[in-house]
Design a protein around this ligand. Structure first.
Ligand code: NAP
Length: 233
């Protein structure tokens, strides 16, 4: 079984890759930094030498890069069972004050990336044993964070994308899940001075995704909200 994960070298994406590899799934991973991809590849082979790993340097904000990554995956692995649209960036700011071009950058990276990856991957998912698409949204997909600016717009769009996809893909038996995590320890929080227990571990998001995938084929978790036990920051 083959899992494709965008933005898999750090944070939530990396935890997902490690979790699925430890369960015996082959992993296709992309990110922009080649050294990080090589490191991920070594780690995946270390935790499970039996899995096949394909990595490709990719900027998901560029449509042609996304298609190249998906086509490369199919050439190497033949088909795609699970697509995890995870890559995303967080740029804090206010809509009224943020730098010119912020919305464009966030929509390119956080939304168009998933749209193109999904359209590129779908022909190779149809007819699979248990095809599933996970879209990593955010609590910012359902509430407006003060200071969340265009990031919030991009994550509302990502949830809209996921809802439409869920409706469209029902007849093909392709399951679609929107994952909405709250604050999760990753590089996005680097340098922030907060008590450790106020923020979730990326491993918990990966475990949730694996358990949702593990449900029987007649059930789908359409949306999941995961918050720090003490609530949002
Ligand atoms: P992260 O630790 O910053 O990791 C982001 C990953 O995506 C890295 O592997 C990064 O590698 C890759 N990436 C970023 N821009 C890319 C691009 N243009 N092309 C290809 N790869 C790219 O992020 P994270 O916090 O785990 O976030 C992952 C997802 O969860 C995002 O969609 C984020 O919005 C969402 N999320 C995060 C939190 C949180 O609190 N952490 C909460 C809710 C939702 P390179 O830099 O090498 O490209």
């Amino acid at each position: 079984m083959n899992v494709v994960i965008t933005g898999a070298t750090k944070g939530i994406g990396k935890s997902i890759a490690l979790r699925f590899a430890s369960e015996g799934f082959n992993i296709a991973a992309c990110a922009r930094n080649k050294g990080d991809l090589d490191h991920l590849s070594d780690e995946l082979k270390e935790i499970n030498p039996a899995v096949e790993v394909y990595t490709a340097r990719t900027d998901v904000s560029k449509k042609e890069d996304v298609y190249k990554f998906i086509n490369g995956t199919v050439q190497k692995m033949g088909s795609i069972d699970i697509l995890i649209n995870n890559a995303g960036v967080y740029l804090p700011g206010k809509i009224t004050e943020e730098a010119e071009g912020t919305l464009e950058k966030l929509i390119d990276t956080n939304v168009y990336s998933a749209y193109h990856a999904t359209r590129a991957a779908l022909p190779f998912m149809e007819g699979g044993k248990k095809p599933h698409i996970f879209n990593i949204c955010s609590i910012a997909s359902i509430i407006a964070y003060p200071g969340g600016g265009s990031y919030t717009i991009s994550k509302f769009a990502m949830l809209g994308f996921s809802k439409v996809l869920r409706e469209e893909l029902k007849p093909q038996g392709i399951r679609v899940t929107a994952v909405m995590p709250g604050a999760t320890w990753t590089d996005s929080w680097a340098g922030v001075d907060l008590p450790h227990e106020r923020i979730m571990e990326a491993r918990d998001i990966a475990d949730s995704i694996y358990s949702i995938y593990s449900l029987g084929p007649t059930a789908v978790v359409e949306e999941i909200i995961i918050r720090p036990q003490l609530g949002d920051l």
